[in-house]
Design a protein. Structure first.
Lengths: 90, 570, 191
């Protein structure tokens, strides 16, 4: 059991490092807006890799997913609700 | 897990010393009683603050008997601390921590919480928070004075209120209180998910458990942004950051959003356990199943979800983007629907029930009436066009005292009178209980009905001396009447205090099930021993089988195996 | 009374895991609130780019590597404890602790450099957020290191085998702290 999992965890780690390098190079070679889009997409992918593989969400039941996802949804909603007051009005 | 044999683990008495049994206990029942005691003690403090505030309003710039002269900035501290204490140090510990801790393991048939040591830690963190908050009264500059809502810039800079350490200690006390209740929430949810007795499916849980769980989830998901905001406020005060200070690029309005994103769900965190207590009491004292068990659950969950998208109705006049007013008004009106459904279900439960008006039932029905009144004024407050006129007036104060009192006071006392035999092994005195109820009910309405009028005539919140305003002078007789009624209301609580000590000192022990109720806690001893049940209960049915045609009595316990008529004849 | 955190389970998800996930669910809005505030204030106002240019990008990058690697080492420790291999468990837990400490050391170096250059919390709105977000995160890293340290010591004594769920719970928390940094790094260092 150990070997199959450890190889998997190492693979994910390599991917994570590569993705960091992608983000870093993006800042120097891409124009500002594209770079930002890429960087934050990469961040989301990295977070998903850690959550699904290291936190084992891939194998967990729906309830655990719900416990993780519902607060995230509320936070994203809060962020957008703050736009009128702070992004559009400053 | 259908083990019906006696488990020696349960009956073995761990001989722990005084400190481990009564002070640093991991038993959920002891922890619950500790929370209840501390919450009731804080209620006395909160009541004393009420007394001095109301005296100041009725007879401004006179000496408050027993207290002394109150300067306007001291009045601000009184207002602030009254709100903070009542919400976070009375309502939360009594409704959530005390009742939740006591009832959850017992009602689901478990021996204790999933994490008993975490439970003990949560109480002692709360006790520490209490010490920190109490100490804030005695530091130079006095206690926090920026309102229980603590809006910056007033709260961000010490020189604006004259309060230095008092405000920092206030923030620290709140942070500790939040940590304590987050720990409690983890315990409540994990315990109920994982430790239900055999046969206790989710849809056989008593409704108070559903309410406590929903309240726990709401609290845990909503408090985060306020914790973030409070960290930012503390940094502004201590480290000179500028999160909320415009001169440093900060935004005072940000605090309001972060605060109310939590603040609004918080009021439902307080309300739901109160409604849960009402539901338990009315079924027992009406000898009737609850009407719409699943409807109540689904409505509660929907209301819980909606509670996260109504918060800016507290900010209609804050200067926020006016385009936010309509969506938040709409969501606020919508949230009244699931709550109305629950209220109709409660009324339908009472309809044609065989009602006994024992003290718990009086308080439960009182809670229902008071809540309906408060809910109705909420509709006015939630609509932006009306709120623009009533915001920051006593109309709002009257509204939220109706809704909060119903849950915390009437609901809380219904619960205390109902579960006192189980918690303390003694019955409370019925006559004193009825006196307590009638005085409280009549005087509460005497205080707060006129307060609506005072608010609609324009009296602002948080002012120390209404007499400085010409247009408020005609309201003085009303203010004085309110104060008089409030003082008598406070004094009436003595009936409860006497009842508690009288009952605890009583020699006659309470039976296991004095109310002939169905839920599992009534099959344990009064009070239950360590480990709660001699054997793991097995659950056969839901909690509200009252006046069932299948049973000989008008009640049928959840863990009572059913003997068929055929078997009974043999 | 025996602890029954991992055994008495009606839904077949051990209590330690359920409890940890509920705890994480409450932590998400804490950092979420901070990050949301940062995002909206930054998008709404100009003039932050100047301040941002003074953060130490290379040290931030090193910290990112340290934390990502420590996430890998702690999940390796979990695999090892399930494999009943106390030496590997101890080794990986020890590595995790060291990597975490390395993160904090570098953070301390960053802070002291910034402070000596005059970039203190009161230097403006960007620095308020920088110190607030990284400070709160660092406190969480410290808490995680303490937990991992206790587990490491338990592993060295060979008594961790029957508590594999503790490694999983500690791992969940540690991964959460890592995920927060996955977002803080681009927010504070790459923009």
């Amino acid at each position: 059991m150990g070997n199959a999992y450890t190889r998997h965890y190492l693979t994910i780690w390599i991917w994570l490092l590569l993705l960091v390098l992608v983000s870093v190079t993006a800042t120097s070679i891409l124009p500002k807006l594209q770079a930002l889009f890429l960087i934050f997409s990469v961040a989301i992918i990295k977070a998903l890799l850690v959550a699904r593989n290291y936190m084992h969400l891939k194998h967990e039941r729906v309830i655990i997913y719900a416990i993780a996802l519902v607060p995230l949804m509320f936070v994203i909603m809060l962020c957008f609700a703050l736009f009128p007051d702070f992004v559009f009005h400053r | 897990m259908t083990d019906a044999a006696v488990d020696p683990e349960r009956t073995h008495h761990h001989k722990l010393g005084f400190w481990r049994t009564y002070v640093f206990s991991t038993d959920h029942k002891t922890i619950a009683r500790q929370y209840l005691t501390l919450g009731l003690l804080w209620a006395i403090v909160g009541g004393l603050l009420t007394y001095s505030m109301r005296w100041q309003l009725a007879y401004p710039e006179t000496e408050v008997p027993g207290w002394g002269f109150i300067a306007p900035d001291v009045y601000n501290a009184l207002v602030t601390m009254h709100g903070t204490i009542m919400v976070f140090f009375v309502a939360m510990p009594i409704l959530l921590a005390a009742f939740g801790n006591f009832l959850i393991p017992l009602m689901i048939g478990a021996q204790d919480m999933a994490f008993p040591r975490l439970n003990m830690l949560s109480f002692w963190v709360f006790a520490t928070a209490s010490v920190v908050l109490l100490s804030s009264f005695f530091v130079p500059g006095g206690a926090a004075a920026a309102g229980w809502t603590g809006y910056p810039p007033l709260s961000a800079k010490a020189e604006y209120t004259g309060v230095g350490w008092g405000m920092n200690l206030w923030l620290l006390a709140l942070a500790l209180e939040f940590a304590s209740f987050l720990m409690g929430g983890v315990n409540f949810l994990t315990t109920t998910m994982n430790m239900r007795a055999p046969g206790m499916t989710f849809f056989r849980l008593p409704l108070i458990i559903w309410m406590e769980l929903t309240a726990a989830v709401i609290f845990m998901l909503s408090v985060g942004p306020l914790i973030a905001g409070a960290v930012m406020l503390l940094m502004d005060r201590i480290l000179g950051t500028t999160f909320y200070l415009p001169e440093g690029g900060g935004e005072p309005l940000l605090w309001q959003h972060l605060f109310w994103f939590f603040g609004h769900p918080e009021v439902y965190v307080l309300l739901l356990p109160g409604l849960g207590i009402v539901l338990e009491v009315i079924t027992v004292f009406g000898r009737k199943p609850v009407f719409g068990y699943r409807t109540i659950i689904y409505s509660t969950i929907v209301a819980g979800f909606l509670s996260f998208i109504v918060w800016a109705h507290h900010q209609f006049v804050s200067g926020m983007d006016p385009r936010l007013a309509m969506p938040f008004s709409i969501t606020t009106i919508i949230i009244s629907v699931p709550f109305a459904i629950v209220i109709f279900a409660i009324i339908a439960t009472l309809w044609r029930a065989s009602i006994t008006f024992a003290t718990p039932m009086l308080f439960a029905v009182g809670a229902l009436g008071v809540f309906i009144f408060g809910g109705l004024t909420g509709i006015f407050n939630g609509s932006a066009p009306v709120d623009i006129y009533v915001h920051d007036t006593y109309f709002v104060v009257a509204h939220f005292h109706y809704t909060l009192f119903s849950a915390v006071f009437f609901g809380g006392f219904a619960g205390i009178y109902f579960w006192f035999p189980k918690m303390f092994g003694r019955m409370m005195n019925e006559a004193l209980g009825k006196i307590h109820f009638w005085f409280t009910f009549i005087l509460f309405n005497s205080v707060f009905i006129p307060m609506h009028l005072v608010g609609l005539r324009g009296m602002m919140r948080r002012i120390a001396n209404p007499m400085q305003y010409e247009f408020l002078k005609p309201l003085q007789p009303l203010n004085q009447f309110i104060t008089l009624a409030a003082i008598v209301l406070l004094l009436s609580q003595i009936a409860f205090v006497i009842n508690v000590f009288w009952s605890l000192a009583g020699r006659k022990a309470a039976e296991r099930n004095p109310w002939q109720a169905n839920t599992l806690e009534w099959s344990a001893e009064s009070p239950p021993p360590h480990g709660n049940f001699a054997t793991t209960p097995v659950v056969y049915r839901g909690p509200y089988e009252y006046s069932s045609p299948e049973a000989a009595d008008d009640w049928l316990a959840q863990n009572q195996p059913l003997v068929t008529a055929k078997a009974a004849r043999q | 009374m025996t602890t029954h955190t991992a055994t008495a389970s009606q839904t077949a998800i051990p209590s330690a895991k359920t409890g940890t996930w509920w705890f994480l669910a409450s932590e998400i809005p804490v950092f979420g609130g901070l990050i949301a505030s940062y995002v909206v204030l930054r998008l709404g106002g100009g003039g932050w780019a100047e301040a941002v240019s003074h953060v130490n990008f290379s040290l931030g990058l090193v910290n990112t590597f340290l934390l990502l690697t420590s996430s890998m080492t702690i999940v390796m420790a979990f695999a090892a404890v399930q494999d009943n291999n106390p030496q590997r468990t101890g080794a990986f837990l020890g590595l995790t602790v060291l990597l975490g400490l390395g993160f904090l050391v570098i953070k301390a170096i960053e802070y002291s450099t910034e402070i000596t250059h005059g970039f203190v919390p009161s230097s403006g709105i960007f620095w308020s957020f920088y110190y607030g977000m990284t400070g709160l995160h660092a406190l969480h890293v410290l808490a995680g290191i303490s937990v991992n340290l206790v587990l490491w010591v338990t592993a060295l004594r060979g008594s961790l085998a029957q508590h594999s769920y503790r490694v999983e719970a500690a791992g969940l928390y540690w991964h959460f702290v890592d995920i927060i940094w996955i977002f803080l790094f681009p927010l504070l260092y790459l923009t």
